[in-house]
Design a protein around this ligand. Structure first.
Ligand SMILES: Cc1cc2nc3c(=O)[nH]c(=O)nc-3n(C[C@H](O)[C@H](O)[C@H](O)COP(=O)(O)OP(=O)(O)OC[C@H]3O[C@@H](n4cnc5c(N)ncnc54)[C@H](O)[C@@H]3O)c2cc1C
Length: 393
């Protein structure tokens, strides 16, 4: 069977809805992924290795903090940013996760809640990929309900002292700085964000091994034991659970686009395979009605998902997006992508379970993507609350 090369997915002249600049960002990212990630991703996935060698070139292409303005950032529009994450995740969800964390969960809170000095210190090197970040919200006992967190910060003189455990933290052990969310004891347990340099005494990051998902991404547990940081490391404009949720909104938006990329990779691979693979009377399996039905389901759902994220992106550009819009895009597109991965795997038969093809890797990755940044069901509750006015958490 000849190698299958991604061709893009556009059933309803979707490209005509995009500007020249938006198509340029998408095509540049697609080429970068094709040239640099596709040749190595299956090896990385097998070895459980994050392709760190791509960090510098990704920085040079402006992938980090891409939608922020100033500090060397690309200042992309939200649709451009989304198309970039789509193409990154068409390569691999782990690489897209790395970029989402660096951009939406570390650079964004510094940009949004940080002091001028914090912005000057961290944003330019992070944009270049010279410094890496991680985002510590989840704890061993608090995932969907982060408000229950046990991590505490205590103000002592002109320092804060942090204690606690964070779990499932993307890029934890490769980060230079961790954005840590903690309850401040001297402020009635108000949740605030802190910048913790990872070489401070008392800070430890241990990788989680044995993941069957996001194997090309680093995931760690963080331990903070009497970690002293200067008071200038508090993100001064952070306050309350709303602050980390604002960060999650940024990242969820990118995920909604990213999942679409994974779905497109699976669908296009299955389509090409079905035209090449012959069974019964020397005919391609694409000639069977049941196979066509699966392809039809996928192209229909991908097309609907494209329109959904495009509208959410346009609303975001216009400053009119609401968090429940982003919840719908994340929930729908990740579910749709996982279903596409399963159907595509089925179309490839036994070949679908091998890493000669990207499908099973995407399927396993998408299981994490369904869970993180608000599980599928948590987004159901967010949308449910928005339409009924009733909190069902
Ligand atoms: C690979 C990976 C990377 C991650 N990276 C990060 C990171 O960088 N930083 C970070 O802070 N976190 C990260 N996370 C953690 C992630 O955000 C959490 O896993 C997620 O919030 C879910 O929490 P949990 O796993 O504790 O599941 P739980 O909250 O224990 O949920 C388990 C199940 O219960 C359901 N459930 C929970 N509450 C309700 C309810 N009220 N009603 C109905 N059902 C409910 C959920 O939908 C889910 O199906 C990562 C996770 C993974 C897998």
């Amino acid at each position: 069977m000849p190698a299958i090369k991604f061709r893009g997915v556009d059933f309803i002249q979707y490209d005509s809805l995009l500007t020249d600049e938006e198509r340029l960002v998408r095509d540049t990212t697609r080429q970068f992924i094709e040239d640099n990630l596709i040749p190595i991703i299956e090896e990385c996935n097998r070895a459980g290795r994050f392709p760190r060698e791509l960090v510098k070139p990704m920085g040079e292409l402006g992938f980090f903090g891409a939608s922020l303005k100033g500090y060397g950032c690309a200042g992309m529009g939200n649709v451009e940013y989304g198309l970039m994450t789509q193409e990154l995740e068409r390569g691999d969800s782990g690489v897209r996760s790395f970029v989402s964390v660096q951009s939406g969960l570390v650079m964004y809170p510094i940009y949004e809640f940080g002091s001028d000095e914090q912005k000057q210190t961290w944003l330019p090197p992070m944009q270049k990929g010279e410094k890496l970040g991680c985002f510590g919200l989840t704890e061993p006992d608090f995932g969907s309900n982060p408000g229950g967190m046990r991590t505490r910060a205590r103000k002592v003189g002109n320092e804060y002292v942090l204690n606690g455990e964070k779990m499932w933290i993307t890029s934890g052990s490769i980060a230079d700085v961790a954005v840590i969310w903690a309850k401040v004891e001297n402020e009635n347990d108000k949740i605030r964000g802190f910048l913790v340099e990872t070489d401070r005494p008392g800070f430890k990051a241990d990788d989680i091994h044995g993941k069957w998902s996001l194997r090309a991404s680093v995931t760690s547990g963080l331990s903070l034991q009497d970690v002293h940081i200067p008071e200038a490391n508090l993100l001064p404009k952070s306050g309350g659970l709303k602050s980390p949720l604002m960060c999650l909104n940024q990242a969820r938006y990118g995920i909604a686009w990213g999942a679409l990329g994974a779905a497109m990779a699976c669908y296009d691979c299955a389509l090409q395979y079905s035209l090449l693979r012959k069974q019964w009377r020397d005919q391609p399996i694409a000639s069977h009605q049941l196979v066509q039905d699966k392809l039809t389901w996928m192209i229909s759902e991908i097309t609907k998902a494209q329109l959904l994220v495009l509208q959410v992106g346009r609303l975001k550009d216009a400053g009119k997006v609401q968090h429940q819009h982003i919840s719908m895009a994340k929930r729908n597109n990740v579910w749709m992508a996982l279903e596409c991965a399963r159907l595509s795997r089925d179309i490839l038969g036994a070949n679908g379970v091998a890493d000669d093809y990207p499908i099973m890797r995407h399927m396993m990755n998408l299981e994490s993507v369904k869970t993180y940044e608000g599980t599928h069901d948590v987004h159901s509750l967010i949308i449910g609350q928005s339409v009924t006015g009733i909190d069902a958490f």
